[in-house]
Design a protein around this ligand. Structure first.
Ligand SMILES: C[S@@+](CC[C@H](N)C(=O)[O-])C[C@H]1O[C@@H](n2cnc3c(N)ncnc32)[C@H](O)[C@@H]1O
Length: 214
């Protein structure tokens, strides 16, 4: 389960800049902060289903597999074929081997809902309409009492909003509006300075939690 050379990530970040959206894999501190909301409760109702979206070379996947138990299910959705190869090599033979799906989250239809969803998607790179569709897909795949964890680069959206103009500015304003409309779903938010660049972890509940829409 050794981490691959970060150069494998760097190469794809240049080749596929808009979908990879970072130059370095997440730090151990950020990866742990991403999975901590899932495992913070000592109480478990039974086997858990977890979905990771946008795993890259697997820093967050590693923190998941070492904490999951036999009988749990981990599905990983990753668009980039090179990263899928790395993930299959890296996690073969784990106690809870992840099922790696080389597909866009927008086309993923597993026929089940997940107790927890963790996303490393670089949403700030995407068109606003696509971000809306991605959030809709995520909440369709999440159990109504589930948790959705994602990270964003600190100041990323704010800097883009300040320093971009024209279409790029409209795009980022659209994303900020979508995320402001979901502010009521945020149950935790924490900053992880030791990451390149520093990041913020956001934990959201499902819009249908406690009897809302599902
Ligand atoms: C910022 S990287 C995060 C990688 C890793 N989670 C980490 O923390 O180092 C974003 C990842 O999302 C993947 N990705 C981008 N668009 C996607 C999509 N529509 N469906 C699934 N994965 C996608 C990219 O290929 C890339 O691996």
């Amino acid at each position: 389960m050794a981490a691959p050379s970060p150069l494998r990530f760097l190469t794809q970040s240049f080749k596929q800049a808009s979908t990879v959206g970072a130059v370095w894999p997440s730090s151990r501190g950020l990866s742990r902060a991403m999975v901590q909301p899932i495992f913070s409760s000592v109480h478990r109702d039974g086997p858990m289903r977890v979905l990771e979206i946008g795993a890259g070379v697997g820093p967050v996947t590693e923190e998941l597999v070492v904490r999951m138990l036999p009988g749990d299910r981990l599905d990983v959705v990753e668009l980039n074929p090179e990263f899928c190869l790395v993930l299959r090599e890296r996690f073969a033979g784990c106690q809870v081997p992840p099922n790696i799906h080389q597909v866009s989250i927008l086309d993923f239809d597993p026929g089940v809902r997940y107790h927890h969803i963790v996303s490393g998607l670089p949403l700030a790179n995407f068109p606003g309409d696509m971000v809306e569709k991605i959030y809709a897909s995520i909440f369709k795949l999440l159990e109504p009492n589930g948790t959705f964890v994602m990270f964003e680069h600190v100041l990323g959206r704010e800097l883009l909003n300040t320093f971009t103009t024209g279409t790029a500015r409209k795009r980022i304003e659209h994303i900020l509006r979508i995320e402001q409309s979901m502010e009521g779903l945020v149950v935790d938010r924490r900053t992880v300075p030791l990451n390149m660049p520093p990041a913020r972890v956001l934990v959201r509940k499902h819009p249908g939690a406690n009897g809302g829409e599902s």
